[in-house]
Design a protein around this ligand. Structure first.
Ligand SMILES: [Zn+2]
Length: 278
């Protein structure tokens, strides 16, 4: 049973903006809590399936969405009250619908998802958005620029990416191996671009980048996300779930790719790279 330190310094690199943050780990847990955690996960998985079914218009057994009573997502737009409509009509419904769904998608032993997290829209923020533990901040100026582009904008999707970070909660187990930053960001973008956003919104990964160097799985964000999708589709549908669990338990190692797929990460990348259009 992994013992997480109660607090630790972690650096999450969000949308190209490096922000050092304090993240709260899961806290010390007794082995007896495992069964309780497993039961919670079972219930969450069921809830995730129900929500998915409801979104597809299927009748469900539990009736109205219990999300609000299970989780609390506090969105503070007091610095920019002009964003109220966007928050209440677009951001909040998306974050509430997807939080239990992301939790259900990524179970791991001993994991209890945060019951509450905050999103603060900062009038004088920088960059795009960042997450530290259960605190998400977003740059309201950037959000307004996005909203000015019309319905095809990145504002809600960027916050879905941050919501994945809240679910990830990659701690650092003493003596363990910290998850590489490109993978943390790749998993967040995998959920965002391959599950949340419509396929038409995805950008194409090019084998050669603008600076003339070849693309790599360490490019993070959308490139890593597309690579994860490829490996999940062709080799192991559970690969992202397993890598996320390794991130939480500080058990990541490059060998995991070979263990799960029979191929090294470089072999997998070569296979993926030939599918990219020049
Ligand atoms: Zn990020």
């Amino acid at each position: 049973m992994a013992i997480l330190r109660k607090s630790f310094l972690a650096a999450l690199f969000c949308l190209g903006v490096a922000v050092p943050v304090y993240a709260q780990g899961g806290g010390d847990r007794a082995a007896a809590d495992i069964t309780a955690a497993q039961n919670t996960l079972k219930a969450l998985k069921q809830l995730g399936a129900e929500i998915k079914a409801r979104q597809q218009g299927a009748p469900t057994t539990t009736g109205a969405a219990p999300v609000a009573s299970l989780y609390q997502i506090e969105i503070d737009y007091s610095q920019t009250p002009e964003l109220k409509d966007w928050v209440e009509k677009q951001l909040r419904p998306a974050l509430e619908a997807w939080y239990p769904r992301i939790i259900a998608e990524f179970p791991s032993e001993g994991y209890t998802p945060p019951k509450r997290f905050t999103v603060t829209l900062e009038a004088n923020g920088n960059g795009v958005a960042a997450t530290g533990g259960t605190r998400v901040t977003a740059n309201a100026k950037w959000i307004k620029q996005e909203l000015a582009k019309g319905p095809q904008n990145e504002a809600v999707g960027a916050l879905i990416h941050e919501e994945v970070h809240v679910v990830q909660q990659y701690g650092h187990v003493r003596g363990g191996q910290r998850d590489p930053g490109w993978l943390t960001e790749g998993i967040a973008d995998y959920v965002r671009w391959w599950q949340f956003e419509p396929a038409s919104a995805r950008t194409v990964v090019r084998p050669i980048k603008r600076d003339g160097t070849p693309a790599s799985y360490t490019d993070s964000y959308r490139t890593t996300a597309a690579f994860l999708e490829f490996v999940a589709k062709h080799h192991d549908p559970e690969i992202v779930v397993k890598l996320n669990a390794a991130g939480r338990n500080s058990t990541y190692s490059p060998d995991l790719w070979k263990r799960y797929t029979g191929k090294t990460i470089d072999e997998l990348w070569t296979e993926f790279a030939v599918t990219l259009t020049k």
